[in-house]
Design a protein around this ligand. Sequence first.
Ligand code: G2I
Length: 464
Amino acid sequence: MTLDPARHRGRRTSRLRGVVLTVAAGTVAVGAALTLSGTADAATTLGASAAASGRYFGTAVAAYKLSDATYLGILNTEFTMVTPENEMKWDATEPAQNSFSYTNADRIVSQATSMGARVRGHALAWHQQQPSWVQSLSGTALRNAMLNHVTQVATHYRGQIYAWDVVNEAFADGGSGARRDSNLQQTGNDWIEAAFRAARAADPNAKLCYNDYNTDGQNAKSNAVYAMVQDFKSRGVPIDCVGFQSHFNAQSPVPSDYQANLQRFADLGVEVQITELDIEGSGTAQADSYARVTQACLNVTACKGITVWGIRDSDSWRASGTPLLFDGNGTKKQAYTSVLTTLNGGTEPSTPPSTPGSPSTPPPSGGACTATLSNNAWNGGFVTTVKVTAGSSALSGWSVTVTLPSGAAVTSAWNSQSSGTTGAVRFANASYNGRVTAGGSTEFGFQGTGTAPSIVPACTASLG
Ligand code: G2I
């Protein structure tokens, strides 16, 4: 007899689900610490888990890797948005003036279509990866070539692109807040809005994004982008979204105000998207950073999705930093589990990850309680109040971990017992405020030096 793999999987899933529920019920009955809550039907892929909150989960794809079975298998299973990593760039799509070449980009678009995924177009106008004929132009000739390029490529893909990175990386690094001094910039400061107008005319239904790096927290560069978006909105220049590339490593970690920065752009009336996420590192530190980024997106209504910049570590533009969610063999990393768990609201998937050798590290906890921060500046430092709110069950105890920005330290705390003063500081209930009724809340606070925390804290609880 042959086994239908789909039916076989279904039977196995429901049996496992039964086990999970039984264990959970037993835990509640004895009142032991429980950090999981919510449904036992948490989705088991990045795409499905993101879809549960109306978001997408994407990856950058290289056309030449589509013949790699492991790569293709993960792509098909996990992702609901696809960004061509290089294939839609100017050097790839218009290698000679007015001679367009779409073969590789088209392969990626058909792959996306065949798996029911959408496409982020990347990138119409950029100072890098310009074909040599572009590099030899300037002034009006370059401006017109750029506008023609935007029009032709956006027209070719009209109706097939969820969002275009119309302009990429047009601002300078450092504290100047100035535009990057590129050949495109030298055609006149209005080149960015001209590109956006051309893109809108060519594909009225694509969302039009400005995309950049080192704009992930509040700084001179992101302030300059913010001012541009605000100006575009006030003058009716068509812009719908801002992409935050989010390439992180030890020198450039996830900023403490990452979520707040996404939110301030969202408040301008644009969608925000995490467009090229990768975080160098390994193990728990990497997994925690991925969870923070994921949670930040979930906490910002206008953050509609996350794209990681490649599938396996070996596919990355900086492979030696092992910055992605799958290792070189295509095995899920701890970072993968942490992203999935965060997308599922802190709930473990109802079926275990299917990749052999997948790590079984406990996910960040959550669900039984939530914690929110409010900060006030005080005496050169800050005072933070944290509100702990119980979910649908009463709590008999709780603890909250607040991650402080680097350089910040807790100097005193009240209505809680704290452990540690820097980095991830844990606050457990005091003897008198551990009990919280279902849906009720309690507050504690602390005072500190340095920059106030802004990341939504992780809350765990005992029920009963
Ligand atoms: O640099 C990381 C990303 C920063 N934001 C914009 C993205 O478009 C950029 O992606 C990277 C690609 O991941 C690389 O794959 O952009 C690089 C070029 O700026 C890409 O590297 C290029 C190599 O430099 C070329 O030598 C190579 O021919 O990839 C090309 C195609 O494999």
